[in-house]
Design a protein around this ligand. Structure first.
Ligand SMILES: [Zn+2]
Length: 178
């Protein structure tokens, strides 16, 4: 394809360093692009633009200690979850998961939630911090169980060993479908 800027060169697919501006910060990201071999004009196809969005978001995320798209997908796949099931686990809409994986930058609280729900070390650290912050009687230990007569029927079939049984008012289908 001839370059539409200089009319002389040919557009060729190559790796290019492209400026990215994310939330007021500048980054240089390496992406595949169509580059004119004469004047250097650089354009992105739709697919290249999608990759550029993710690369830009990832540059920002790395600078701010947030999970990148690949890390996010890897965490979800480690658990063998679909985007929808993962959204249910996090208590967010499936569109949030789709947007994050496509390069929308998650806020810090979402990032923390994702780590707590997917990363054993983050969960352990959280438990340690929580236990050291709580008064001793609130820490993990035998949990006294009181079942009141009027609520017992809600728990018919509940097994304390497996935790199976009727969920407390929660629909078996995740309602965070939006
Ligand atoms: Zn050109």
């Amino acid at each position: 394809m001839k370059c539409f800027v200089c009319g002389i060169g040919t557009m060729r697919v190559q790796s290019a360093i492209v400026e990215a501006n994310v939330r007021g910060e500048s980054f240089r990201v390496q992406v595949e692009a169509e580059v004119c071999d004469h004047c250097g004009e650089t354009v992105l196809t739709d697919a290249q633009a999608d990759a550029y969005s993710i690369a830009s978001a990832d540059a920002y995320r790395r600078a701010h200690g947030l999970l990148t798209t690949d890390e996010f997908k890897a965490a979800r796949k480690r658990l063998g979850l679909s985007q929808r099931a993962f959204a249910c686990r996090l208590g967010v809409g499936v569109n949030s998961v789709k947007r994050w994986e496509a390069g929308a930058i998650q806020d810090e609280s979402s990032d923390r939630l994702i780590r707590l729900c997917t990363d054993v070390e983050a969960a352990r650290t959280n438990l340690r911090e929580l236990e050291s912050a709580l008064p001793i009687e609130s820490r993990l230990g035998p949990v006294p169980v009181t079942v009141q007569a009027e609520t017992r029927s809600d728990w018919a079939g509940f097994s304390p060993l497996t935790g199976s049984g009727p969920a407390s008012g929660r629909s078996p289908d995740c309602s965070y479908a939006a």
